[in-house]
Write a protein that binds this ligand. Structure first.
Ligand SMILES: C[S@@+](CC[C@H](N)C(=O)[O-])C[C@H]1O[C@@H](n2cnc3c(N)ncnc32)[C@H](O)[C@@H]1O
Length: 291
């Protein structure tokens, strides 16, 4: 396994290069991707007036939803490593003088405390498994919560229960150059939190209590538009940056490659049904943990 500094630099570089694809796909991703985090939002039962942090907020769609739930007396802060995504989130959801979500660019692993702490609740969708040193990042999150605050996050389980992820990537990868390194073992990546025993160990080491890890199976429903669905999945995946850098003819080949492998999830005339296997991770900040 590479050392933490290398993994952290790799993560920052990956998200800087992949961000334009996420910005491009922000509306579609908000719409189709909602089931990936809905269970965590439900679990939090946010109340008007609460202060909430969204870790790895991407282009801000989930932070905006949280902001609506806590209302004008509450606050929602989206934190993300990728400056381009934070800029897009601000463009999409903030206006002069308007109440609503706020967004900050930063690496949760290198902050002592998230600006705006303490938070009553923390939400995170599909991000925590990407941390180079998860205990460091989770400790910052826990320290940024009020005592007894609650956390709910979703991550992918084993890749075999979300097979469209690898199908979209492998179909395109055969045609693309300069792909990022694939994670090895417990290195950060989509499936780095597949083992619930490891997740419990990491959250415990970061000072969380009442840790729960619950399996959830959801389905993403996408329209019957192979071009658009394939491009969405390539752009938000590991091959996204290489795809954007490629010539149009190469992009066509990459899309066809992915579309072929994604065909088994498609019912022509109806659309795509993409099964995703998640862990819902729930926890509380401990009353007795040292800072
Ligand atoms: C898979 S995307 C998920 C985005 C969004 N939560 C969603 O579900 O649409 C992971 C996000 O986490 C961010 N991220 C990765 N590592 C991070 C870190 N160490 N600190 C803050 N954000 C990070 C990335 O920039 C990216 O936007």
């Amino acid at each position: 396994m590479a050392d933490t500094a290398t993994l952290r630099a790799r993560n920052a570089d990956f998200w800087a290069r992949t961000a334009p694809g996420w910005v491009n796909q922000a509306e579609r991703h908000d719409e189709i991707g909602r089931p990936l985090g809905a269970v965590a939002l439900d679990w939090l039962r946010l109340r008007p007036g609460e202060r909430v942090l969204d870790v790895g907020c991407g282009c801000g769609g989930t932070t905006a939803e949280i902001s609506r739930a806590v209302g004008p007396l509450g606050s929602a802060l989206g934190l993300d490593l990728a400056e381009a995504m934070v800029a897009a989130a601000r463009d999409r959801f903030t206006g002069p003088g308007a109440a609503g979500p706020r967004f900050v660019a930063g690496d949760v692993e290198t902050l002592d405390l998230v600006p705006g702490a303490p938070f009553d609740a923390v939400y995170s969708r599909m991000t925590l498994m990407l941390l180079a040193d998860p205990v460091v990042g989770l400790t910052t999150i826990r320290r940024s919560m009020r005592t007894g605050g609650r956390l709910a996050a979703t991550v992918f389980r084993d890749g075999r229960v979300s097979p469209w992820l690898s199908a979209a990537m492998l179909g395109a990868a055969a045609h693309l150059e300069r792909l990022p390194p694939l994670p090895i073992g417990e290195e950060p990546g989509p499936f780095a939190f597949a083992d619930p025993t490891r997740v419990t160990r990491l959250f415990t080491a970061a000072g969380f209590t009442d840790i729960g890890i619950h399996p959830y199976d959801v389905t993403l429903d996408a329209p019957d538009d192979p071009e658009a669905v394939t491009e969405w999945l390539i752009e938000v995946g590991p091959a996204g940056a290489a795809y954007r850098d490629a010539a149009p003819t190469t992009q066509d080949r990459a899309r066809s490659g992915s579309a072929r492998l994604l065909g088994r999830f498609r019912t022509p005339g109806t659309g795509y049904r993409l099964p995703a296997g998640l862990w819902l991770i729930t926890a509380r900040s401990d009353r007795t943990s040292t800072p």
